[in-house]
Design a protein around this ligand. Structure first.
Ligand code: C5P
Length: 323
């Protein structure tokens, strides 16, 4: 049963990541009138949808009784403030990570950023070994290094992007590089910390996700206020939202649920493999179906993974939060 859930959750993660990247790519190439949606508000909406979905799942687990649901939420969240507070750590780190990714993307070209961010595959393994006492053999370490190198090659800059990066000053490249390297460590740490909480305490994964999402919404709202407060007061919270935006936001929320299930039933290392598989899958779809990907002389760079897909508002688990 749990082996089934493990492969099911990994399969859904591949599907979710691939469709998110392709939908985002499509939404970004569409010509629209009026203001574009704000990614800071999309983060909050995705968190709220995630919480609502988790409440529904807890409701289902409590045999669809409102009274039981109310009791569980009270007992497990409100009456255990210390347990709930534990989730402020990964939530805060993910928020910091999302902001670091913005800093990285403002100072590095997207391709350098994506290649460097693959280092998170190794930091995740290092944290899994040190915090969860996982044992990895020589072949497993070797596979991780090969995976990291392979994914980095897929995302290697094309000639034109190399030219772009020369325009960035050495100082700003350094800032960008530091930001992305810190994000690699925060991604590994937050993922493994969440895994430790899930596997070492008995609260359900959905309760844990409600706790994570609640802090995420609070931090996210602070982000809206800080980055886009003026725009929101001028054009509203939902400015620029259309049907496609909602699809992206729903896919994003689904991503949070699937990542939590993957971390519970599989682990963070397998999550890295699944998201890497989705990079290959979206490259193939992009090449054969959308025909917007041209292999370059250096390596087959995946254009479909646009800059936005790495921005947490849109990222991800993006693998590219994945992605
Ligand atoms: O790049 P990385 O794999 O670390 O990205 C993980 C992303 O997944 C973060 O943006 C985080 O907010 C999200 N996440 C989530 N729910 C979880 C765990 C992670 O939404 N339970």
């Amino acid at each position: 049963m749990s082996a089934n859930l493990k492969y099911l959750s990994l399969g859904i993660l591949v599907f979710q990541t691939t469709s998110l990247v392709l939908t985002m790519r499509y939404s970004r190439t569409l010509k629209e009138e009026g203001p574009r949606y704000l990614s800071s508000t999309a983060v909050v909406v995705a968190e709220l949808l995630k919480i609502m979905a988790c409440i529904l799942l807890v409701y289902k687990d409590s045999k669809c009784s409102l009274r039981a649901l109310n009791r569980i939420l009270h007992d497990e969240i409100l009456n255990k403030p210390m347990e709930t507070l534990k989730l402020a750590i990964p939530s805060g780190i993910y928020t910091l990570q999302n902001n670091l990714l913005y800093v990285a993307l403002s100072n590095l070209d997207a391709a350098t950023y994506q290649v460097t961010y693959q280092l998170k595959i190794l930091t995740t393994a290092l944290f899994s070994v040190s915090m969860l006492s996982k044992k990895l053999g020589v072949y497993q370490w070797l596979s991780l290094v090969i995976l990291m190198t392979g994914v980095a090659f897929v995302q290697w800059p094309s000639d034109s992007q190399e030219l772009d990066s020369k325009e960035l000053s050495a100082g700003s490249q350094f800032v960008g590089l530091m930001a992305v390297l810190t994000a690699c460590f925060s991604s590994g740490f937050a993922g493994v910390y969440f895994e430790k909480i899930l596997k070492e305490t008995k609260q359900s994964v959905w309760i844990r996700n409600i706790q994570l999402g609640s802090f995420g919404s609070i931090f996210g709202l602070m982000g809206v206020y800080i980055y886009d407060g003026e725009l929101v007061s001028k054009n509203g919270f939902f400015q620029g939202y259309n049907r496609l935006t909602w699809i992206v936001v729903v896919l994003q929320a689904l991503g949070g649920l699937v990542i939590a299930a993957v971390i519970k039933y599989a682990d963070n290392i397998l999550k890295g493999f699944a998201t890497s598989l989705s990079i290959i899958l979206s490259t193939l779809i992009s090449y054969f179906w959308l025909q917007d990907f041209v292999p370059t002389s250096i390596a087959k760079r995946m254009q479909v993974q646009s800059l936005e897909s790495e921005i947490p508002g849109f990222q991800s688990h993006l693998p590219l939060g994945g992605l």
